[in-house]
Design a protein around this ligand. Structure first.
Ligand code: HEC
Ligand code: HEC
Length: 270
């Protein structure tokens, strides 16, 4: 009974949220009074701050404290983005806010862009050199069309993650790795490390590219692609606590770390 009620309630919320996206949306945010902004801030703390930081300057989520958002040029597109999320990323859809509440969050997010841009110490040009030489990052990561494919493309990484988060990630990739699987959205291409053994005795460790009920596709650490029928496997193990991304804690000095973070932060896909 209670469960039935909960489902009805969830459906009502979902319906309400769906109505919210009915076009045309007003061109300008109808809720921008100081009281709306204050309410938007509360909602932001509750729904968004875990990923975007209490000041909105990013963490696991993108830095929103910028005058211009990459994916939301105006109020209606920001509304849509919050309502629908960004499919294929960790940015979730929102189904438990009314249209008015979403507009209030829009109003609050807009105030963030007026505060200072994140200052990053370090020299991005030196960082780029470290990326290609000492760090050997290009072996696994593509930037602007060049580099390896074992790790995610980094051409827009500076727009997606804060500098502080990138620094922490380079020191401790396992602790800071994107939640995998993310409950509400698939992490990009799902960089899950897997280990498998085939019936004829081959053992492979690599990154899972794709998986369905019957088959799995893997790229091994020598950049070879494999596709297996699951019925041909005697072992198939996901290793969520592991990643081929090495820690750079003992590789880079503090100054080098500043440089490489400055380089990553400068990668905004522009
Ligand atoms: C689970 C983490 C998570 C939560 C919760 C979350 N976001 Fe995001 N958000 C992200 C990530 C990650 C991105 C970057 C996606 C990408 O472009 O790859 C993002 C992107 C965005 C963008 C686009 C930024 C740009 O430069 O265009 C906006 C705007 C945004 N989020 C607003 C919000 C708001 C408002 C909320 C709360 C209602 C929220 N997010 C909740 C993770 C999250
Ligand atoms: C041996 C391959 C390998 C090398 C070398 C490597 N990475 Fe990675 N990196 C990965 C993989 C795989 C992931 C995905 C991590 C995961 O989800 O477990 C990743 C993830 C990342 C991320 C997170 C991306 C995101 O969306 O948050 C960043 C940033 C990153 N690497 C930067 C670097 C930098 C900078 C270097 C060099 C200093 C480097 N990587 C070297 C394989 C590598």
């Amino acid at each position: 009974m209670l469960r039935g009620l909960a489902i009805v309630f969830a459906c009502a919320l979902a319906l309400e949220a769906q109505e919210a996206i009915e076009e045309p949306l007003p061109k300008e945010n109808p809720y921008t009074s100081p009281a709306d902004v204050a309410r938007g801030q509360k909602l932001f703390f509750g729904h968004c701050a875990t990923c975007h930081g209490p000041q909105g300057n990013g963490g696991r989520g993108a830095n929103l404290a910028r005058p211009k958002l990459r994916r939301a040029a105006d109020d209606p597109s920001l509304f849509r983005l919050i309502r629908l999320g960004i499919p294929g990323t960790e940015m979730p859809e929102t189904w438990d806010m009314t249209p008015r509440e979403i507009w209030q969050v829009v109003a609050y997010v807009k105030t963030l862009g007026r505060s200072a841009v994140e200052a990053v110490p370090g020299d991005p040009r030196k960082g780029e050199e470290l990326f290609l030489t000492k760090g050997n990052c290009g072996q696994c990561h593509t930037v602007r069309g060049r580099g390896g494919r074992m790790g995610p493309e980094l051409t827009e990484i500076g727009a997606r993650r804060s500098a502080a988060h990138l620094r922490k990630f380079l020191l401790d990739p396992v602790a800071e790795a994107p939640e995998n699987p993310v409950p509400w959205a698939k992490y990009q291409a799902g960089f899950m490390q897997v280990r498998l053994t085939t019936k004829d005795g081959r053992r492979i460790t690599g990154i899972r590219l794709n998986e369905d009920t019957y088959s799995v596709q893997v790229r091994d650490f020598s950049d070879r692609l494999f596709s297996f029928w699951k019925q041909d496997l005697v072992e198939y193990q996901k290793e969520p606590g592991k990643t081929p991304m090495p820690s750079y804690r003992n590789v880079f000095s503090q100054a080098e770390l500043d440089d490489i973070v400055a380089f990553l932060a400068s990668l905004r896909g522009e």
